[in-house]
Design a protein around this ligand. Structure first.
Ligand SMILES: Nc1ncnc2c1ncn2[C@@H]1O[C@H](COP(=O)(O)OP(=O)(O)O)[C@@H](O)[C@H]1O
Ligand SMILES: [Mg+2]
Length: 222
């Protein structure tokens, strides 16, 4: 469903991605790993259409990113590395705000259902008063409002407690198994990646990650 072909990305003279290739099938969960600064977030931003590659082509279900980016955008859910929510608004107010921006209109009960699906129930709590784990869940709920078929998650479990991590893991698994969503997911937690992902893709050339994979993950490698 997603095809990344010979993608390059430079910031000025700094080349971050060099001839990066990846093929992803519908319903797959892909774990992206690599050292800090390897270009993981850059790749994810390119896949959201927020950034353009310096060279190379990307296709989503046969649609060319370069040409169809407006259509493609509607099919993608993105959870950025930094939490992007309104701290002074409640859980439900955040959902309503992002729902207004969305191309697909959702009723209040549908929004409540999405919030429930990430195991958040405190609709009237201000984001300010939520734990880190709950904020991550709400960010994920926001990314699901328009029913995207491709979910791009930049370290969605960074810095949160084990229980929330496991709950988010279960949620992602069921989004892929029950709803056929395709998920690309950056994490530093190798245990989590092995438990969750169908396949691991390494960004960058650090031998450490290459060795880690060949030792621990027989089904891995692109
Ligand atoms: N907007 C930008 N302008 C210039 N350099 C950037 C920008 N964004 C990221 N970089 C640089 O590109 C490299 C890759 O960054 P990033 O994609 O965030 O890596 P990762 O997510 O793997 O840690 C880093 O060296 C970073 O400093
Ligand atoms: Mg990053």
């Amino acid at each position: 469903m997603l095809s990344v072909r010979h993608v390059y990305k430079s910031y000025g003279k700094h080349e971050v991605l060099k001839d990066f290739n990846m093929e992803v099938k519908k319903g797959e969960i892909i774990g992206l790993i690599g050292e800090n600064g390897a270009g993981k977030s850059t790749l994810l931003k390119i896949l959201t259409t927020l950034l353009k590659p310096s060279k190379g082509e990307i296709y989503l279900d046969g649609q060319l990113y370069r040409k169809e980016y407006k259509k493609i955008r509607k099919e993608i859910g993105y959870v950025p590395q930094d939490i992007a929510l309104f701290e002074d608004l409640t859980v439900m107010e955040n959902m309503k705000f992002f729902s207004k921006l969305s191309t697909v209109k959702r009723t209040e009960s549908e929004l409540k259902e999405i919030i429930g699906s990430v195991q958040l129930t405190r609709f009237d709590t201000k984001v300010n008063d939520l734990s880190g784990g709950m904020k991550r869940k709400l960010n994920l709920a926001v990314s699901l409002i328009h029913h995207p078929k491709l979910l791009l998650l930049d370290e969605p479990t960074a810095g949160i407690d084990l229980k929330s991590r496991i709950e988010i893991g279960h949620l992602l698994k069921s989004l892929s198994v029950d709803e056929g969503k395709t998920i690309i997911y950056i994490s530093h937690d190798m245990n989590e990646i092995e438990a969750l992902c169908d396949r691991v893709v390494i960004i960058g050339e650090d031998d450490f990650y290459q060795n880690l994979l060949s030792k621990n993950n027989e089904t891995a490698l692109q």
